[in-house]
Design a protein around this ligand. Structure first.
Ligand code: MN
Length: 322
């Protein structure tokens, strides 16, 4: 890990044109990590852009844009990136290239190096250089260490982004990890205000409450085991004038149910297609997700499944009670 960190530093120093990429349906960890890294690389006078075929989700867009200001122009689509000839592509928070929101191959030139930085247990080490540490609660921690090794300390804006990443990957600071207190201290020392940021991160659009109302009213629990689940349909989204990223806070809310040890949330993506977020305090849900071709972490994972609501639910429950 330490050796790979040094190799990462070396390759960044040698590169001039750098692209930063991350996983589909970007979250607070990968987005904030990308912006922290971009700010650090800019201070080294590197040409650097973030390439994504998706916009930032609405629940994070304004808080991030307020921090980064005009740099938003450096967040570009795959199409616009075609004129940018990268000697280095840094992939964040993705266990394999298929997790990206574009085809990585379309950006590769003969000499392009891939630097894979991640904290997923199932990372396939697909990069030319791989900095993977599954013991960490957020990939941003690796980014902050990498920058420190290059002599770049967190400024206030970077520290604010760092907080967003940790808040995001710990379900709103509710999943504890021994490294978090030290990271919070770093953030406070860089003059960022976590209390102010929590206030902003907790805000939700009215339509999200309408959506939650429907989803929460359907919550079910198994009789014997502490498994809780619920679902949302395309019709719910339409009738609440909501979009897919509005589901984000719902999984987090479910984690507050006292009776739940394992819980999952099924989101209809098309007719008889569901995307499932699963969380557990006592089961390795990454293994359950892997059974359906998905992935994630020990306590939080996701996968796609097909079938009617009942068929899909039964299949998931069977694995959960095992
Ligand atoms: Mn992450």
């Amino acid at each position: 890990m330490e050796l790979n960190l040094s190799r990462g530093v070396d390759i960044i120093k040698k590169s001039k044109n750098i692209i930063i990429a991350f996983h589909k349906r970007p979250d607070g960890d990968c987005l904030a990590s990308a912006w922290i890294l971009l700010m650090g690389l800019k201070s080294l006078n590197k040409k650097c852009v973030i390439v994504s075929s998706e916009e930032q989700p609405q629940y994070l867009d304004s808080i991030i844009n307020n921090i980064i200001g005009k740099k938003k122009e450096l967040f570009i689509s795959l199409k616009r990136s075609k004129s940018f000839k990268p000697d280095l592509i840094i992939v964040l928070d993705a266990s394999n290239p298929e997790r990206l929101n574009f085809n990585l191959k379309t950006l590769l030139l003969k000499k392009t190096i891939i630097l894979n930085i991640d904290h997923h247990e199932d990372n396939t080490n697909f990069g030319n250089i791989n900095i993977v540490d599954p013991s960490l609660p957020a990939v941003s921690i690796i980014i902050v260490n990498l920058l420190k090794k290059m002599g770049i300390n967190l400024n206030k804006k970077m520290a604010e982004l760092f907080f967003i990443s940790i808040y995001s990957d710990t379900a709103g600071l509710t999943i504890s990890h021994p490294v978090i207190p030290r990271m919070l201290l770093k953030i406070i020392n860089a003059k960022a205000d976590p209390v102010k940021l929590i206030g902003l991160l907790r805000l939700k659009k009215l339509r999200v409450f309408h959506l939650e109302g429907r989803v929460f009213s359907r919550i079910k629990k198994t009789k014997k085991s502490n498994i809780v689940w619920t679902w949302a349909t395309q019709k719910d989204l339409k009738e609440c004038h909501a979009n897919y990223s509005d589901f984000e806070s719902i999984t987090e809310e479910l984690s507050r149910i006292v009776e739940a040890k394992t819980f999952f949330f099924m989101k209809e993506t098309a007719n008889k297609r569901w995307r499932v977020s699963i969380r557990s305090y006592n089961k390795n849900v990454r293994k359950i997700a892997a059974e359906f071709g998905g992935g994630g972490h020990r306590h939080a994972a996701g996968f796609d499944i097909s079938g009617t609501l009942n068929q899909a639910k039964q299949k998931i429950l069977q694995l959960c009670v095992k």
